[in-house]
Design a protein around this ligand. Structure first.
Ligand SMILES: Cc1cc2nc3c(=O)[nH]c(=O)nc-3n(C[C@H](O)[C@H](O)[C@H](O)COP(=O)(O)OP(=O)(O)OC[C@H]3O[C@@H](n4cnc5c(N)ncnc54)[C@H](O)[C@@H]3O)c2cc1C
Length: 441
């Protein structure tokens, strides 16, 4: 392989989405109400979706966000909107039995449809492109496993097909993988524009939104209501939803012991020529690979290669991660060498010990979190379902899963991540022993 060219250093250290989304008005410093039917902690997709639904159901609802709305992962992500979970169909069935596995997967398909419908019906310009997505096999074994996924995925509502190596460039401009699984559901969205649209929908429905309002504790009162203590005063509420995902802190100690914050990082190139963009992504899909240290990417509406990955489990900086991501990007797409990187950024995902999202109640307080890296579709839906559950509807199937504790002494600082990271890195290396040698062009 030719030497990887150096990365330019004059990129902006902020999310590309922030540079291209509508500015949101400042909602800090507004007086807090003394009471509300519901308080939602966390102003991302989960919190805003829940607030919108609660307000639509007629509840008075207050969203309290420690920083600014969307400051968390909701305006930092890769914009890949896909059904399914970390576990593929066979593992879902093995873990939960066929009936529950089917329901869980079908719910994720419904979640994908809800996202598309909300954006279209809301008239939100979010660059939504539902051209499907593709998983790319890092090892030969991963490619072999794809065949068994076609039937359940198709039966569960997401038509899928194996793309063999000989046909791979019909779908993606790389030969760095052993093959692919193309799934014709979901696709990509501009995360920031979608978030701004969702804020508008929540506010229009009547939700009361507050920024710069850090919640420090939630206490149950003798009458069953909750006192939500913030640094700016307390709000008393009948219901509380914790929607803090990878940013969960000491305000919800029992949840913090279940959520592992992990950094995920991204870069965006300058706009690419139209023929190169078409070569990289002939059908406009989103992509991710099967590594533990996964990469995920798509070509944006303005033809930038938006490239993300879990490149470090150590505390790091966006300069270090930009370098690692740039190298990875060029290993997969050497065609992009010579094009500048214009943005580099990162954010936190909320990993869980069973690698599944969770919704439920802890001490009466509701929670919806644990995206494990895939929350664009699922957490918007889970926020909506949490609100419906508060309003008396049945809980979703995910509520049947026990939310496991991290089995280690742990209070939110994931000291064990570097060790876990090295373990996964070694597994990726082992899986890559039979790596495809790219055929000469
Ligand atoms: C770099 C990156 C790439 C990603 N790519 C994808 C992708 O392509 N596809 C996909 O499906 N998912 C992706 N994700 C995951 C997805 O972005 C998240 O699952 C989703 O945004 C989570 O939304 P949320 O509302 O639950 O949490 P967040 O958007 O993270 O919001 C949580 C909020 O809670 C606030 N908060 C925390 N504690 C308190 C407190 N005590 N008081 C008040 N407020 C508090 C935080 O300030 C934060 O704003 C990615 C994530 C990252 C970081």
């Amino acid at each position: 392989m030719p030497a990887i060219p150096d990365l330019n250093r004059d990129y902006e250290r902020r999310p590309y989405w922030h540079a291209t989304m509508p500015a949101l008005p400042d909602r800090s410093g507004k007086p807090l109400p003394e009471s509300a039917d519901a308080v939602v902690i966390g102003g991302g997709y989960t919190g805003l979706a829940a607030a919108r639904q609660l307000a639509t159901q007629g509840a008075s609802v207050v969203v309290v966000e420690a920083r600014t709305l969307g400051w968390g992962a909701s305006t930092r992500n890769g914009g890949i909107a896909h059904p399914g979970y970390k576990w593929g169909p066979a593992s879902l069935i093995k873990r939960y039995g066929r009936d529950l596995a089917t329901q869980l997967y079908v719910d994720s398909v419904e979640a994908t449809e809800l996202l598309g419908r909300t954006i279209r019906d809301g008239g939100i310009d979010a660059e939504l492109r539902f051209n499907g997505y593709m998983e790319l096999a890092w090892s030969r074994r991963d490619a072999d496993d794809f065949a068994a996924e076609v039937r359940p995925r198709t039966e569960w509502g997401t038509p899928a097909r194996v793309v063999p190596l000989e046909r791979i460039t019909d779908e993606v401009g790389t030969r760095a993988y052993h093959g692919g699984l193309a799934i014709d559901t979901g696709g990509v969205v501009h995360p920031g524009k979608w978030f701004a649209g969702l804020v508008g929908l929540a506010e229009k429905a009547g939700a009361d939104l507050h920024e710069g309002t850090h919640v420090t504790s939630v206490r149950r009162e003798s009458d069953g209501w909750f006192a939500v203590q913030t640094e700016r005063g307390a709000i008393v509420a009948r219901d509380v939803l914790v929607a803090t995902n990878g940013y969960t802190d000491g305000a919800a100690p029992s949840l913090r012991r279940r959520i592992i914050p992990i950094g995920s990082y991204m870069i965006a190139t300058e706009p690419l020529p139209a023929d190169l963009a078409r070569e990289l992504s002939p059908t406009g899909r989103a992509y991710f690979d099967t590594r533990n240290f996964l990469s995920y990417w798509h070509v944006s509406a303005d033809r930038r290669l938006i490239w993300g990955g879990r490149v470090s489990f150590f505390p790091t900086t966006v300069d270090k991660t930009a370098k690692l991501l740039h190298r990875r990007m060029l290993e997969v797409h050497p065609q992009v060498a010579g094009y500048r990187v214009e943005y580099s950024w990162g954010g936190k995902i909320g990993m869980t010990f069973d690698r599944m999202p969770h919704i439920g109640r802890s001490g009466g307080v509701m929670y919806a979190m644990g995206c494990c890296g895939s929350g664009v579709v699922l957490l918007h839906w889970l926020g909506t379902r949490a609100a419906q559950w508060m309003g008396g509807a049945a809980p979703p199937a995910l509520a049947e899963l026990r939310f496991p504790l991290v089995p280690a002494p742990y209070e939110g600082r994931p000291w064990f991540l570097p060790v876990v990271g090295e373990f996964f890195r070694a597994r990726d290396r082992l899986a890559a022993r039979d790596k495809v040698t790219p055929p000469a062009a």
